[in-house]
Design a protein around this ligand. Structure first.
Ligand code: ATP
Length: 245
């Protein structure tokens, strides 16, 4: 379970994330949606202990993401928005390294890496240097790294962004399977068709504030709106009537 308790981040006088209170129950796939600059990555970086909140806190399975950062990382798999790998390591070596960082023995790390390479369809490129991977392969390698320790919770920043349609569908199917296997998944995206297809509930963040939360039907009912998630998203994030920047 993920609990946001008035989590906020301020840069000078600019509120990148306004106090965010939200609960994502165990086993849910929650879509965190918002336009560019809305505050998605800032929120996720606070969940991962990379950024210190200005106020409030976020708990994962009861553990504070700042105070208990090491314990949180044991139960969380994280895909950054732009995964970066050591250029001089091969795909297989990167996975083994990550597994060993999680405390697995060399033999276990080798076995887990082999399983993940097979699961993500990276067998054929396992001996290639990661720097030569395509964007799709890098995302899959990043997801394999995120899942190598079989975490209960996945926090994924734009997992589909930049992928071609085949790679995108492939990743989505694997994430749906992970959710069906009981993982809690918090996924940020601005790709609304993906969110509509995969997520149990979504939250729409706009200018650092949560503008709506719920299933698509619930959000439609709140807004007395009809139409697709895209219609609802555009309605909630429409700035044309506002005079402030
Ligand atoms: N270090 C910083 N100092 C000042 N402002 C920042 C800093 N980091 C982020 N911001 C601002 O905070 C806001 C939220 O940024 P964030 O990266 O969280 O947005 P996002 O929703 O992830 O956007 P995108 O979809 O474009 O990645 C943006 O206006 C951004 O310019």
């Amino acid at each position: 379970m993920i609990q946001f308790e008035a989590l906020a981040k301020r840069y000078g006088s600019y509120d990148a994330v306004k106090p965010l209170t939200l609960t994502v129950p165990r086993g849910e796939m929650f879509g965190f949606l918002g336009p560019n600059g809305a505050g998605k990555t800032t929120t996720i970086r606070m969940m991962m202990g990379i950024l210190v909140p200005s106020s409030g806190r976020v708990l994962i399975d009861g553990l504070d993401c700042q105070q208990d950062a090491a314990a949180v990382k044991q139960r969380v798999g994280y895909l950054p928005d732009n995964p970066v790998f050591y250029d001089f390591l091969r795909g297989r070596e990167i996975l083994q390294f990550v597994a060993e960082m999680h405390g697995f023995s060399r033999r276990e790390a080798r076995e887990r890496s082999a399983q993940m390479l097979a699961h993500w369809g990276l067998d054929d490129v396992s001996e290639e240097f990661a720097v030569n991977y395509s964007m799709g392969m890098k995302k899959k390698l990043g997801l394999a790294c995120a899942m190598i320790h079989d975490p209960a919770v996945l926090i994924l920043d734009e997992p589909i962004n930049g992928l071609d349609p085949r790679a995108s569908r492939d990743v989505q199917e694997r994430l749906i399977a992970a959710a069906a296997g009981g993982k809690t998944i918090f996924v940020s995206t601005h790709l609304l068709d993906m969110a509509e297809k995969m997520c149990d509930r979504v939250g729409i963040i706009h200018r650092g504030a949560l503008a709506a939360t719920g299933t698509l039907d619930e959000i439609r009912a709140q807004l007395a709106a009809s139409g697709s998630l895209e219609d609802v998203f555009l309605m909630l994030t429409d700035d044309t009537d506002e005079t402030t920047p």
